[in-house]
Ligand binder design. Structure first.
Ligand SMILES: C[S@@+](CC[C@H](N)C(=O)[O-])C[C@H]1O[C@@H](n2cnc3c(N)ncnc32)[C@H](O)[C@@H]1O
Length: 309
């Protein structure tokens, strides 16, 4: 029987904006615009520069992005400075028809700076069955904040482990993969996500990174793990709007779901920021991005770097 979260994404009709503003607001969505905590870079630029600085490049095959969401990483690589990945060939593999449409709109828009992406293609497929030949991929496979969507069963991140094994199958010499997600060295735990009126409701699982490291090493890959903020080179001392702050603000006024710096929020909404006692926490605080969670971006988000030895 098909996993319910997989079916949810396969049949997804929710507009991309509603999905990321209201159902599952990813770190990359909150930092998708140039941000002082990233030295004025967009999340996609900071991530790809961080990956590039570790000696990983696009090879002949470019980037295969799994679960590209609204297409912000591909856009940053085409229109911004993504180190060795700037304007490289980019394939986006996704299960959601709505998100593939949103990516296509964003990337093939000719009036944007840099014009339409001339080296992008979208592919509707499943992360755990990559449509690639064994040992054929010499570039970068990127799965940013998507593994939590893959099924877990009996304390095992079964889907994420399958993805790691697929990556081990398809990477050729020189190829690498970067997988980021929330989790740690603890058992997978479920989290139910939904917007108003239950729209977009689905179950996600935190990642037990011990299981992924074991699977990758068992499949012969070299494994490195680090906090995601380190890979991004993020300044954790910058204060900015958390998702919780934005949710409260948006009950009274309209504003972008973006981790705007604290001074900007106070300048734009002087009265509301005081009346609502907005916290505007440090990026490194356990309250960012979600004041009600047990830990935040700095504590819970990790990146796994896998390379073909
Ligand atoms: C939480 S979003 C993350 C989007 C984006 N990477 C970001 O950082 O904002 C998860 C993405 O993975 C896709 N996805 C979920 N399950 C998938 C699967 N089994 N195969 C391929 N893509 C999947 C979703 O459609 C969506 O694009």
């Amino acid at each position: 029987m098909e996993d319910a979260t997989r079916a949810h994404h396969r049949l997804d009709r929710l507009p991309a904006r509603r999905r990321f503003d209201e159902v599952e607001c990813t770190i990359s969505h909150l930092l998708r615009l140039p941000h002082p905590a990233l030295g004025g870079r967009r999340y996609g630029e900071a991530l790809l520069q961080g990956i590039g600085s570790r000696g990983i490049g696009p090879g002949q095959r470019g980037v295969l992005e799994i679960g590209g969401g609204a297409g912000h990483l591909a856009e940053a690589a085409w229109r911004g400075d993504a180190g060795p990945f700037t304007q490289s060939r980019w394939t986006s593999l996704d299960l959601s028809p709505a998100l593939l449409r949103a990516q296509r709109r964003r990337l093939l828009e000719p009036s944007q700076p840099g014009g339409a992406h001339r080296r992008w293609q979208g592919l509707r497929a499943d992360a755990v069955a990559l449509p690639l030949r064994t040992r054929s991929f010499d570039g970068l496979i990127l799965a940013n904040e998507m593994m939590a969507d893959l099924p877990a069963e009996r304390g095992r991140n079964a889907g994420a482990i399958e993805l790691v094994l697929e990556i081990a199958r398809v990477l050729s010499s020189g190829g690498a993969a970067v997988l980021s997600e929330f989790g740690g060295d603890f058992d997978p735990a479920p989290i139910r996500l939904l917007a108003a009126f239950g729209q977009g409701e689905h179950l996600e699982w935190s990642i037990d990174f011990r299981q992924l490291r074991d699977a990758a090493e068992g499949a012969g890959l070299a494994v490195e793990q680090l906090p995601l903020h380190e890979l991004l080179g993020a300044d954790l001392s910058v204060r900015c709007a958390s998702y919780t702050d934005l949710w409260r603000l948006r009950r009274f006024t309209s504003c972008e779901v973006f981790a705007a710096p604290a001074e900007e929020v106070r300048r734009r909404h002087p009265l509301l920021s005081r009346l609502l006692s907005l916290e505007l926490p440090l990026l490194g605080s356990p309250h960012w991005p979600d004041a009600t969670a047990s830990g935040g971006f700095a504590q819970l988000f990790r990146a796994l770097i896998l390379r073909r030895r």
